[in-house]
Design a protein. Structure first.
Length: 318
């Protein structure tokens, strides 16, 4: 093994160790929330474990039954074909995705360049490695950036990297523009998006999204799954998880309509919004168009085998 291969192998092993550590920590958190809700963690029978083994053991890679237990405990339904999270994170994702490129392509400052045919919230100011840019990627001064932001009553500020679970995504009054500059570097300032009325009906305070997961393999992009993600009452982003596991609600989508049950992160089930809007049969407006967008854009990036797309509609249905 040459030096380069040795280093790449070592880095890969370290990444896998870290992934397993994060998975273990996340599962401990999930178990704790289920316990708080009084949801019994169902144990798999020997027969069920054999069904899982029949699907995954042939790949010769270690995995655990925890993902199956969690889904079984929350939904009451057992499915041996559910992919164990450790199996996906350690075995599938690293093979399908080029991680260094994935990190670059996930930079929100460049989405408009990568996907010019897709609509995004209007960018007011970009900050890349501490440098300020306008929407057209022209360098501007900090003072000019401040003036541009102050043309709006309020703006949305997002880290250009790593904003999962709504982390550090804020709605800020433009008068408090100096609070934005405290971030130092790597963020994007956008115009506040007015979402479609059918999305706002589910929860008005948050911008609610459809999460579509696509898989690029064997020269074809396929939709693996999709769900509606709705924020909690009063939350600005759709994916905020409260300390007790409430807040965000995830509802599956089938044939462009919501399924009957929605789930909080703590495993609790709901059939309607706090405002009384029932999920079952609720139409996801322009769902087919969203799927087409996700598939079309994924076709540009064969280096990233699995992508989760968060898509919403503006007030005009775009």
């Amino acid at each position: 093994m040459d030096k380069k291969a040795f280093i790449e192998n070592a880095v890969g092993r370290l990444r896998n160790i870290n992934r397993r550590r994060l998975i273990k920590k996340a599962n401990e958190h999930r178990f704790s929330m289920l316990e708080q809700q009084g949801i019994e963690l169902k144990k798999l029978t020997d027969k069920q474990k054999k069904e899982v083994d029949a699907v995954y053991k042939k790949y010769g890679v270690p995995y655990k039954y925890i993902t199956h237990q969690l889904v079984y405990s929350v939904t009451g339904e057992f499915d041996p074909y559910i992919v164990p999270e450790d199996f996906f994170r350690v075995c599938i994702d690293p093979v399908l995705c080029e991680y260094d490129l994935k990190h670059f392509l996930s930079d929100k400052n460049y989405f408009n360049l990568f996907m010019p045919d897709t609509a995004f919230p209007k960018t007011i100011v970009r900050n890349i490695r501490g440098n300020f840019y306008n929407e057209e990627f022209r360098l501007i001064s900090k003072n000019d950036a401040k003036k541009k932001i102050q043309e709006y009553d309020s703006v949305v500020v997002k880290p250009s990297y790593d904003s999962g679970s709504g982390k550090s995504v804020e709605l800020i009054d433009s008068e408090k523009v100096d609070n934005i500059f405290d971030r130092k570097k790597d963020y994007v300032v956008q115009q506040v998006l007015k979402q479609h009325s059918s999305f706002a009906k589910l929860n008005e305070s948050s911008v609610n999204v459809v999460r579509i997961v696509t898989l690029f393999i064997n020269n074809k992009v396929r939709v693996v799954t999709s769900a509606m993600r709705v924020g909690g009452v009063g939350d600005f982003t759709d994916n905020v998880e409260h300390k007790d596991g409430s807040g965000m609600t995830v509802i599956g989508i089938e044939d462009g309509k919501l399924k009957k049950l929605g789930y909080h992160s703590n495993g609790s089930r709901v059939t309607e919004t706090p405002g009384g809007v029932k999920f079952e049969g609720y139409e996801v407006v322009n769902y087919d168009k969203m799927v087409q967008t996700a598939v079309r854009e994924h076709e540009k990036f064969p280096q990233i085998g699995v992508i989760g797309w968060d898509i919403t509609l503006d007030s005009d249905g775009n």
